[in-house]
Design a protein around this ligand. Structure first.
Ligand SMILES: [Fe+2]
Length: 339
């Protein structure tokens, strides 16, 4: 009995420590090939982030064979630089299409439950986590004490997403998707939307919405929230309805980095900091009328530094390359993200 009481005390202490941990530096990244060198993790480690957020395409699974998917996770997680980093850094994760299991995939992928279990196993989701009790991987975490709370909103943009609408074009660097008019098509699905509304009402000073595909990119033919414009507008309207302040997006997927900003009448501006990829880049970037910095095309990751000063709190967004060299930098006074 004494041992059980000690264990309970220890668990409460641990939970309290996490809840009271002040977050001042968050790192994030996406698109990690398990077949490439992983030296980038030494650089991420040198910045000593309090938390690292995996934004999807955390490896290239692309299979319905769950034994093969597991092998690919094992290969990535056995790499020395990543193992050393994970041993002492708190991590959060969402998935995108390739780690979900199929290129550009949505709700039609038949192995979503099995793939989810492998994802949660490798990212060490506790056995009693709420995340295991509903379909999909959406989840939220608040870290820090009142006055210094950071809420991480981890979206699932794959499990519930309807098939996208296709276009044909000969333009260079243009994808194969067009914006869908059909307002019945969903990105998040009914249950995740309900959860999101409740989540945006949870008290926090800073809210970081972690979405695998870009939220603010203008339509450019690739996968993004712009494929389902009514779903993107629904999110924008929900921010206003819930009066959720201090909110910005981070995203991945596209194999380049950029910072996007959307000015919205009657609402504070929205930012989307995209970092992609960690082990490989891309040769061209799609058009984006909301882009204010970038695109940076070589391997990179993102950093968010929070200087807590009450109502004068500042959020510094940075993109650095795999050697730690600064590529994009933008300072946001938290006041700017308020109604
Ligand atoms: Fe992707």
């Amino acid at each position: 009995m004494k041992a059980i009481k000690l264990l309970v005390c220890f668990c409460l202490l641990l939970a309290g420590t996490l809840a009271s941990q002040t977050v001042t530096r968050i790192a994030f990244g996406s698109c990690i090939s398990q077949n490439n060198p992983q030296e980038v993790w030494h650089t991420v480690d040198s910045f000593k982030p309090d938390v690292f957020v995996f934004l999807g395409d955390n490896l290239y699974g692309d299979t319905e064979d769950m034994a093969l998917l597991r092998q690919k996770y094992e290969l990535l997680f056995s790499k020395d630089p990543l193992q050393k980093f994970l041993a002492h850094t708190k991590t959060l994760a969402v998935w995108d299409d390739h780690d979900y299991g199929v290129n550009d995939g949505g709700k039609e992928y038949p192995k979503k439950e099995e793939s989810k279990n492998i994802f949660l196993e490798f990212f060490k989701e506790p056995a009693n986590s709420e995340r295991r009790k509903h379909p999909g991987i959406y989840h939220s975490v608040v870290m820090g004490e009142p006055g210094k709370r950071v809420q991480f909103i981890l979206l699932d943009t794959r499990t519930f997403r309807d098939p996208l609408c296709r276009v044909t074009t000969d333009e260079d660097c243009y994808g194969e998707y067009g914006p869908c008019d059909d307002k019945n098509k969903t990105m998040l699905g009914a249950e995740q939307w309900k959860w999101l509304e409740q989540t945006l009402l949870v008290p926090a000073e800073i809210r970081i919405v972690c979405t695998s595909t870009q939220f603010l990119v203008d339509f450019n033919g690739w996968e993004a929230w712009a494929n389902l414009p009514h779903e993107r507008q629904r999110f924008i309207d929900l921010i206003k309805k819930t009066k959720a302040e201090g909110l910005f997006f981070i995203s991945g997927d596209v194999h380049y980095s950029e910072l996007s900003k959307m000015n919205i009448p009657g609402q504070y501006p929205l930012y989307d900091a995209t970092s992609s990829g960690m082990t490989h880049g891309h040769s061209c970037a799609g058009e984006n009328k909301y882009r204010i910095y970038g695109a940076y095309m070589k391997p990179n990751f993102g950093l968010i530094d929070i200087t807590w000063k009450g109502k004068d709190t500042e959020v510094q967004l940075r993109i650095v390359d795999d050697k730690g060299k600064l590529k994009i930098e933008h300072l946001i006074p938290l006041k700017e993200l308020m109604f």
